[in-house]
Design a protein around this ligand. Structure first.
Ligand code: ZN
Length: 83
């Protein structure tokens, strides 16, 4: 289970959706803003099990293959190798 998710909430209506990636959240946010001219916020949330997962997703070893492209923490660009 991936404990990290992104909640998208509209300031101007009752819209509230949850996405597993920041990329998907951004799509929903842009779609709602462009179609309604509302202002939308997102919040990255993580439950306890998501904390260690987020650390792994951050690419601690620095190798691109270790980075999880689906993690909002490494979007839009994965960490560069320092070698
Ligand atoms: Zn709205």
């Amino acid at each position: 289970m991936n404990g990290t998710h992104v909640t998208v909430r509209c300031r101007d209506c009752s819209l509230a959706t949850v996405h597993e990636t920041l990329r998907n959240a951004r799509v929903a946010l842009n779609d709602h803003e462009s179609s309604t001219d509302h202002r939308v916020d997102w919040t990255i949330e993580a439950v306890d099990s998501g904390v260690s997962q987020a650390g792994a997703d951050a690419g601690v070893c620095g190798r691109p293959e270790c980075a999880n492209a689906d993690s909002p923490l490494v979007d839009p660009s994965p960490p560069e190798s320092d070698s």
